[in-house]
Ligand binder design. Structure first.
Ligand SMILES: Cc1ncc(COP(=O)(O)O)c(C=O)c1O
Length: 405
């Protein structure tokens, strides 16, 4: 509608920003016309669009908002730090405190380096692994961000960069073993998400022997094992998926839930590999900023002190039970996430014909009922979601299932 303020803003945006709304937030990634184009704000487990409509937020900024939007203790800690100066010539004590905290929480962490984005942290992991081993080849599995090394054939990525990087399938240790056996190019790094959570696929837990075999294969090959826990860190357990599944990598990329949305990520790992950071150049104007570190420490205080992850899991179990019941009753050809803290109703194309249209109808109905969930990306729950939010999602999902007839 030409006189809709959201549409007018989109027109303005298209003149000054490529595509108007770039990247994964572009309208085409949701259900065009059924979702808001813009959001005005967030409070606890909810977001509000420009027209003032309220949604239960099941995407939570694609994962970082683990406590809730506008969490007072975190925002106060960040604001206090900002008022005291946070972009300084030298780092301050918070950097050491935060490194010590990560070392105390994450099994693989003996040392830590801080960054701004997940892509920074995974790229630093690959750089350190290459510097440490003197090798070039990287075997990778999962999404690791937008940097050249982990994109295969996007325009603008030099083929020489991706030539040294080979993807392997999640839960396929045989394929990984075969790749490692190929002559001529010993691997510097094996980097994978310890839980399989690719876009537009249902989340896949590791088969019982998968992570131990990957660990053993990395050891036998002399490759650095990197877990990309940008999404699972401080979500599944305080120590990440590595704590839950009992397999310790050499390096771990952490971010998202670490600071409830403030831009800070980390690479942690064993001293021997982390030492390579002193041989190669890794630096940014913003890496030592103290405000985000204050936010991270406040977030980690709450996560531990309030047993946040346990509470999220319990609420997620109630949601998962409700969803399972209505999927069963309605006979919906969908799969449900095996992780209650990361809910997802996935319309797997293998399960029925016409799935994209059914999926779009289902998710459009959810949005119309005030639930913001991504049609093709698993969701998240936060601490501030309450039982009323779960009830609202279940009522909306029952209504959405009914539209599929
Ligand atoms: C597992 C994983 N690794 C890396 C990244 C990249 O993080 P960022 O988008 O902050 O660069 C993401 C982002 O979604 C991710 O989910």
């Amino acid at each position: 509608m030409a006189d809709d303020p959201s549409d007018r803003l989109f027109e303005r945006a298209r003149a000054v920003i490529p595509g108007g709304i770039p990247g994964i937030r572009a309208p085409g990634n949701f259900v065009p016309g059924a979702y808001p184009l813009w959001l005005a704000g967030g409070r606890r487990g909810h977001v509000t669009d420009l027209a003032g409509r309220d949604y239960v937020d099941l995407l939570l900024g694609y994962g970082p908002v683990v406590l809730g939007h506008g969490e007072p203790a975190v925002d106060t800690a960040a604001a206090r730090r900002a008022a005291e100066g946070f972009c300084l010539n030298l780092p301050g004590p918070l950097m050491v405190q935060l490194a010590e905290r990560l070392v105390s929480l994450v099994p693989s962490a003996e040392q830590a380096l801080f960054f701004k984005t997940g892509s920074d942290a995974t790229s630093a992991a690959v750089r350190l692994a290459r510097a440490h081993t003197g090798r070039r080849r990287v075997l990778r599995c999962g999404y690791h961000g937008w940097h050249d090394w982990c994109l295969a054939d996007d325009p603008g990525v030099p083929p020489a960069v991706s030539a040294d990087v080979t993807p392997f399938r999640y839960n396929d240790a045989d394929q990984l073993a075969a790749l490692l056996d190929e002559p001529g190019a010993p691997a510097a790094a094996i980097i994978l998400t310890p839980v399989g959570h690719d876009f537009d696929r249902q989340i896949e837990p590791p088969a019982p022997d998968f992570l131990p075999r990957v660990r053993a294969l990395a050891d036998a090959a002399g490759a650095v094992l990197v877990f990309d826990e940008i999404r699972t860190g401080f979500r599944l357990e305080l120590g990440g998926a590595q704590a839950r599944y009992g397999v310790t990598p050499d390096l771990t990329a952490l971010g998202k839930a670490m600071a409830n949305g403030y831009p800070i990520t980390a690479l942690v790992g064993c001293r021997t590999v982390m030492a390579a950071a002193q041989q190669t150049f890794i630096s940014s104007t913003y890496f030592p900023n103290a405000m985000e570190m204050a936010a991270a420490l406040a977030t980690l205080d709450l996560l531990a002190g309030e047993r946040v992850l346990e509470r999220i899991r319990r609420r997620g179990e109630r949601l998962a039970e409700g969803l399972a019941g209505l999927v069963r009753d309605a006979g919906l050809p969908v799969t449900l996430s095996p992780y209650p803290e990361m809910p997802f109703v996935h319309f797997d194309p293998a399960l029925a014909a016409d799935q994209p249209a059914r999926r779009d109808r289902f998710y459009a109905a959810l949005a119309a009922a005030g639930v913001f969930a991504h049609p093709r990306h698993h969701g998240f729950l936060c601490w501030r979601h309450d039982d009323a939010d779960v009830d609202r999602v279940l009522t909306a999902a029952a209504g959405a299932a009914a539209t599929l007839g």
